[in-house]
Design a protein around this ligand. Structure first.
Ligand SMILES: [Zn+2]
Length: 667
């Protein structure tokens, strides 16, 4: 999900890498390299401009692609789970003179400037036993300036990361049973160097007896202190830790040369029960990904999983691991959590799409330069697509469950995003991590937010249909996956791409005007659900909710009447969402109101559904809601007679069923 920030008075990106960090670049064909560079430079023009503007303001040295002297020795004391405090001690090699330390702002995977600087406290910097004065840059509050005294060869920093006490403050990452340590939250690093040019020697002190899962490699364990092998800062930030009192490690690729594990922490031992048939599905997932891509880009991989109702949920991709936070009963209420299962296929897919191959404008030298999200419809959109497809191919979902989820998504882009039909487009929503930072929005359906995920899924489904049509069934999106992401087996340096690379790869598979095809969908306001029809299915609405809708309603304690009355209602009658220009909207209902009564009776979701059904049978009846708005009560009459409406996919027998083909496991 995220990314990065600011800088100083240098020419625009004098040494920004053209194919960042990739030894393989040297083996690029000269022409290809030239093309990549030209496109990359173009893609970066906007962020270079932003950088230049910033440089004129803040006094922060620009990152250079040269090694930092020495290695940062980082120790994080994570034992104070009662106060939920991480205590940090860093020894940073330094030379006498000015030094700027940065706290990461643009966090990879979040695609936005959301580094939790508000939680950093108690910063004290010393050198040669003396406390140094630091000054925060007023134009870049993530930068701390100080003067290293003559004779000093290093500075020591001590500070705390005061992790959230409740979810209104951010993600809860420490509980009495577990913790989630993200290195970007607990480190300062020197400005002036690329993140991958800064070496680190990290250690963590865990509560007594706890065990840890991480992609970091252990150098030594001394009691409850774990010393990790040296690693560059970029890969350190990409290698979080899940640790806990109750821990289990599962082998997801038995006998494989490149190990894949699932490291689980849980609220209680009973949640760690994983049945052999459940384990089998996750092993299938690994194999299905390998079969589709034909290569992977890590030397080992760890799914880090928290099963907790205390620690906040999560889904964050990394190159050699992923953070997956689900409810405590994920395995023990297997059916109840069915629609959380694609989290794993989604996050795993990011190792290929997003981490190994990354949009060039997203791969910045460090975490304090702005990132640009223009290609998130590939990064997240295609990952959302494979998240669903691989959930089906691995057996985490059956065909019916997958179709129900696709119907749910298709309905959103059929009727549930009036803003995309009128004023925004999918491309513009790639700015949302920076615009909205996942804040709750008053009229999300009209404002749109991060639609590159699910609209992206539908665009790639459409692309798959088109590839099959153009090649008469010979090619599919699997061929794109292999050609674009399944290259250079075993390499795991970042390999960047630009928009034209996507178009070229599609053209290599099946020649067509892919540029217009994609731009029409990304920049236009037209329908996005063509992929349903091209795979031989139709989106219909009936008065019966699918199991997917029911499961989502149960999980979130709400009643989904978006496609009938045009609203969803949370537990206790509070209105969650009101679809723009829907019958409820036109009747004067808005999010934030509370429904007190339905046709003169206490509010109850079933009472409301019955009222909608009754009004469909008798035109003289309406749905009358007594609603509370601040301290006012009023009765709102919704003249709606269309009955309940829930989305489903049904077969279109006039066309071949290629959806079933797409969802079938590869042998
Ligand atoms: Zn994602």
């Amino acid at each position: 999900m995220l990314r990065d920030v600011a800088r100083s008075a240098a020419p625009a990106f004098p040494d920004f890498p053209m194919c960042p960090a990739t030894p393989a670049v040297s083996s690029c064909l000269a022409l290809e390299t030239h093309l990549k560079f030209t496109r990359f430079a173009a893609a970066l023009a906007a962020s270079a401009f932003a950088l230049a503007s910033f440089n004129a303001l803040a006094d922060v040295p620009a990152p250079q692609n040269v090694p930092y002297q020495g290695s940062l020795k980082i120790t994080v004391d994570a034992t104070d789970v009662a106060h939920r405090i991480f205590r940090v001690h860093e020894v940073i090699p330094a030379r006498p003179g000015p030094l700027t330390l940065l706290y990461p702002q643009w966090i990879p995977g979040n695609h936005s400037p959301t580094g939790p600087i508000d939680k950093l406290a108690g910063l004290v910097v010393t050198a040669n036993g003396k406390t140094l004065t630091w000054t925060r840059d007023p134009l870049n509050v993530y930068a701390f300036h100080l003067e290293v005294p003559a004779g000093a060869t290093q500075v020591e920093t001590r500070f705390q990361y005061l992790s959230p006490q409740d979810r209104r403050q951010g993600r809860v990452v420490m509980t009495p049973e577990m913790l989630n340590l993200q290195w970007n939250a607990v480190t300062l690093y020197p400005a002036g160097h690329y993140a991958r040019q800064i070496q680190t020697e990290p250690s963590v002190i865990l509560p007594v007896g706890w065990q840890a899962g991480t992609a970091l490699e252990v150098a030594a364990r001394d009691g409850d202190t774990i010393h990790f092998k040296p690693i560059d800062y970029e890969n350190l930030v990409d290698s979080p830790i899940y640790a806990g009192k109750y821990f289990k490690r599962l082998d997801l690729a038995p006998g494989a040369k490149v190990p894949v594990h699932m490291d689980i922490v849980a609220d209680a031992p009973k949640y760690l029960e994983v049945k052999p048939e459940q384990l089998k599905l996750f092993r299938n997932l690994v194999q299905q990904m390998y079969k589709m891509y034909g290569a992977h880009h890590y030397d080992h991989y760890d799914f880090l999983l928290s099963l907790s109702d205390k620690m906040s949920g999560n889904g964050l991709e990394h190159h050699r691991s992923s953070e997956n936070g689900t409810s405590a009963d994920f395995f023990t209420d297997w059916k109840g959590n069915v629609f959380e299962r694609d989290l794993f296929s989604h996050e795993f897919n990011h190792s290929w799409n997003g981490k190994y191959r990354r949009g060039a404008d997203l791969y910045t030298p460090n975490y304090n330069l702005p990132m640009s999200d223009t290609l998130l419809w590939v990064y997240e959109g295609q990952t959302q697509f494979w998240g669903h497809v691989m959930a089906a191919r691995s057996g985490l979902w059956d065909g019916e469950q997958t179709r129900e989820m696709l119907a749910y998504v298709a309905a959103t882009y059929d009727k549930g995003r009036p803003g995309l039909a009128s004023w925004r487009n999918v491309q513009d929503t790639t700015n949302d991590p920076v615009i909205a930072k996942r804040a709750s929005l008053p009229y999300r359906n009209y404002q749109s937010s991060e639609d590159y995920y699910s609209a992206g899924l539908l665009i790639w489904l459409d692309v798959d249909g088109k590839l099959r049509e153009l090649s008469r069934g010979d090619k599919s999106i699997d061929d794109f996956g292999k050609a674009f992401f399944g290259i250079n087996p075993g390499q795991w340096n970042v390999d960047t791409y630009v928009y034209e690379d996507v178009v070229e790869t599609l053209n290599d598979i099946a020649p067509f005007d892919w540029a217009s095809y994609l731009r029409t969908r990304l920049d236009g306001h037209g329908p996005l659900i063509g992929g349903i029809a091209s795979h031989g299915w139709k989106l219909v609405y009936t008065d019966q909710p699918s199991d997917a809708v029911k499961a989502v309603e149960t999980r979130h304690h709400h009643a989904d009447l978006l496609y009938s009355l045009g609203l969803s209602i949370n537990k206790g009658g509070s209105i969650g969402d009101v679809l723009w220009d829907s019958p409820a909207f036109k009747a004067g209902i808005s999010p934030g109101m509370t429904v007190i009564a339905v046709n003169g009776h206490d509010y109850d979701a079933d009472e409301l559904r019955d009222a909608v059904t009754a009004a469909a049978k008798d035109d003289s009846l309406a749905v009358e809601l007594l609603v509370k708005n601040f301290n006012e009560y009023k009765t709102v009459r919704i003249d709606y007679h269309g009955g309940l409406k829930y989305p489903h996919l049904v077969r279109d027998s006039s066309r071949p069923d290629t959806l079933t083909t797409l969802l079938k496991p590869v042998h």
